[in-house]
Design a protein around this ligand. Structure first.
Ligand code: ADP
Length: 218
């Protein structure tokens, strides 16, 4: 079962392509943004704390993220054997913690998918989304701030994962179907998706890839 990390600036299509990967493979989709928004919607004390960061476009502190994300990843692996991590890790401390956990809990990932698009295209997409969904952090000022936060906090993860040889970089400044074709090739090359079908993958049998061979901590 596939275990991937989706890495991208806001607006590059992390959510869209994570959902597609989930449908194709049956792995659990874990969106840090969705989990945080659910906590905010509950109106809990924790949710109010989360909102004080997300509405400004700042990152939520790492410890708070770990307390929400780690149980979700553990449950996802228990339930489906895989995960599509959408929005986590997003800082170097998060990446290092995820790598440690990968080893400790045998949750190591198959790779990291880095989605890119030109900055003006990202801004345009997020403003379009604001009209459709009305997300509190999709205003022009906050969008620009989130992009700057990505460059400062998250972009270093690109080199980190590239250096480990597990990064697939894909432009999403083209039709969605083309991006999906590249994702499908990547998954097929690694034996993570059956050839030529759009069906949910069967659990790999003994002849499949053995865990640990080409896996690395997330
Ligand atoms: P986007 O990629 O469009 O910014 P997300 O839904 O992934 O949207 O995240 C929304 C907000 O949630 C982020 O701006 C940030 O405040 C918070 N957030 C999400 N994931 C993390 C994370 N891993 N670490 C810290 N903050 C996060």
């Amino acid at each position: 079962m596939v275990r991937v990390i989706m890495l991208s600036p806001p607006g590059a299509g992390k959510g869209t392509h994570s959902r597609w990967l989930t449908q194709q493979t049956g792995a659990a989709h874990i969106s840090s943004g969705d989990l945080l928004r659910a906590e905010v919607a509950r109106g809990s004390r924790l949710g109010r704390r989360v909102a004080s960061y997300t509405t400004r476009g700042d990152l939520v502190p790492d410890e708070l993220i770990f307390s929400i994300l780690i149980p979700a990843v553990v449950a996802a692996v228990r339930d489906t054997g895989g995960y599509v991590l959408d929005g986590f890790p997003r800082t170097m401390p998060q990446a290092l913690r995820a790598a440690e956990l990968g080893v400790e809990l045998s949750l190591t990932s198959d790779g990291v998918i880095y989605l890119t698009a030109p900055e003006e295209e990202l801004v345009k997409r997020l403003l379009d989304r604001a009209e459709r969904e009305g997300r509190a952090d999709d205003t022009l000022g906050v969008i620009r701030h989130r992009l700057a936060v990505f460059t400062r906090e998250t972009a270093p993860l690109v080199d980190y994962y590239r250096g480990r040889g597990i990064l697939l970089e894909l432009s999403t400044d083209r039709p969605e179907a083309d991006v999906q074709a590249d994702l499908r090739d990547w998954l097929e090359t690694r034996g993570l998706m059956p050839h030529g079908t759009g069906e949910i993958q069967a659990v790999p049998g003994p002849a499949g890839r053995s865990q640990g061979s080409d896996r690395v901590p997330p």
